[in-house]
Design a protein around this ligand. Structure first.
Ligand SMILES: Nc1ncnc2c1ncn2[C@@H]1O[C@H](COP(=O)(O)OP(=O)(O)OP(=O)(O)O)[C@@H](O)[C@H]1O
Ligand SMILES: [Mg+2]
Length: 448
């Protein structure tokens, strides 16, 4: 546009100057010999008037054309803006793709549009259309394979603008029941140098071919489309990740909480069986305990589903809850148990921290019951210099802890603690018991 204005400015100066110089030359060259002075003046006036008229009609024509172009450009920009706004509100990938093709038709005034999503082998994996009814699409049958003009855009990765499809040697014709199409424009949708799809528009309204301006508009819109497509893809990925994380969490809670509680209830029932013959009076309280545990487990399952805390932590603090676990161990596994809580040790633990510590204690005490063949177990809760420490020690058979080895229990414990920025360690020597230590920074101390 700037170059055009510069050219007009030059023409506006040079045309009148040249014109006046030409007329002066005519006079000098002898017009004066054939006409009187008044005749010369009249002639020069007439020629000047005609020249000025022609010049201004030309300049107005040029200005009119420039104005039409500017109005059209503004319309295209407004259409791109509107289309991009419509795109930005969408996060569902399928809807984004359909909107890209629908809106690209709108910004270029095209009757038909299509969007090809190409796989890594360069084949069309998905083909969306716009401007065709569902019946029309069904009648056409299978989507295109990416030969002919569509394939040319895919393979070259460049824009293709054609006035008459039928005249182009690359065109492979239309299948039966396909509407006849005339003008064509196709271009790749590029995101950070990578082609994410190919966009095709046919039949500009009014039977006109697509213009350079349409090409420019479409390219700008396609850039917005690329961002919207990538955005929707990322959103999907994040959602998938969230689902996986949630699955992991539920898996951990079931392993450390529910399964262990059911295991404990099972042990109580086993004891009942044994006592039934020898000591029937003992059975009733044990059965009551097992029922109570099962009810507690049902309540816990509900809590885990909604990512709430184990029920026991609603009624007591960490020390109380760990004390309950030890008591269960004492009754069911006949172990000597000891809880050492330094005064105020559990103060300042956040809900997430107590929940994680409770699950760690639960799994570690279950490991003692399942694997240690210990006679005693101690849980120690301490707090020093803003660090809370839980130590669980047994005097059982011990094992060789390897960071990568082990079942789900050890892995879950480590993950729970590390997710809260804490430290988890297991020390064990064959035949000499096991000691498990968890350290967490207390929130109130961290703020200081
Ligand atoms: N206190 C312990 N005393 C002796 N061996 C232990 C102790 N804790 C863990 N182990 C050993 O470490 C292994 C791994 O423990 P982990 O809790 O990860 O898995 P698991 O208890 O076998 O199975 P899961 O917990 O998945 O039901 C156990 O199989 C056991 O051999
Ligand atoms: Mg275990």
């Amino acid at each position: 546009m700037e170059a055009l204005i510069r050219r007009w400015r030059q023409l506006g100066v040079w045309l009148p100057v040249t014109f006046v110089a030409a007329v002066a030359a005519l006079v000098v060259l002898g017009l004066g010999r054939f006409l009187s002075d008044a005749g010369v003046v009249v002639l020069i006036t007439v020629i000047t008037a005609l020249g000025a008229g022609a010049f201004s009609s030309w300049i107005f024509r040029v200005l009119g054309q420039a104005q039409r172009e500017m109005v059209q450009r503004a319309r295209h920009l407004a259409a791109i803006n509107e289309a991009s706004l419509a795109l930005s509100s969408e996060l569902n990938l399928a809807s984004v793709l359909q909107k890209v093709v629908d809106l690209s038709r709108a910004v270029t005034d095209a009757r038909y549009g299509a969007l090809a999503m190409v796989n890594e082998e360069g084949k069309i994996a998905e083909f969306l259309t716009s401007g065709l009814s569902r019946e029309e699409r069904e009648r056409i049958g299978r989507p295109p394979e990416g030969k002919g003009l569509l394939g040319a855009v895919i393979q070259k990765g460049e824009t293709l603008r054609i006035d008459r499809i039928a005249d182009d040697p690359r065109s492979s014709g239309f299948p039966p029941h396909h509407p006849l199409m005339t003008s064509f424009i196709g271009l790749p949708i590029v995101y950070e140098g990578r082609i994410v799809g190919d966009l095709y528009l046919t039949d500009k309204s009014g039977g006109q071919p697509f213009t350079e301006q349409d090409e420019e508009t479409l390219r700008t819109f396609a850039a917005h489309g690329a961002i919207a497509i990538e955005n929707a893809r990322l959103y999907h990925q994040v959602q998938d990740l969230a689902v996986l994380e949630e699955r992991d969490r539920i898996g951990m809670d079931l392993h450390d909480g529910v399964i262990q509680s059911l295991y404990a209830a099972g042990l109580t029932l086993e004891n009942c069986l044994e006592d039934l013959a020898q000591d029937p009076a003992e059975v009733q309280p044990q059965l009551q305990k097992a029922i109570q545990n099962l009810n507690q487990t049902i309540a816990d399952i509900r809590s885990y589903i909604f990512n709430l805390r184990p029920r026991v932590l609603a009624d007591t603090d960490l020390a109380g809850a760990v004390g309950g676990l030890l008591q269960e161990l004492k009754v069911n596994a006949l172990l000597d148990v000891q809880l050492i809580e330094e005064p105020g040790a559990c103060q300042g633990l956040s809900e997430d921290q107590s929940t994680a510590l409770f699950h760690v204690a639960q799994e570690s005490l279950n490991n003692v019951r399942k694997h240690a063949r210990a006679s005693s177990v101690t849980a120690k809760l301490q707090r020093k210099d803003g660090i809370f420490r839980m130590t669980i020690t047994d005097d059982g058979v011990g094992f060789k802890p390897k960071r990568s080895a082990g079942g789900q229990g050890l892995r879950n414990m480590r993950e729970r603690v590390e997710a809260l920025g804490g430290r988890f360690s297991v020390q064990s020597v064959n035949g000499r018991g096991t000691q498990l230590v968890v350290e967490l920074a207390l929130a109130m101390e961290r703020k200081r």
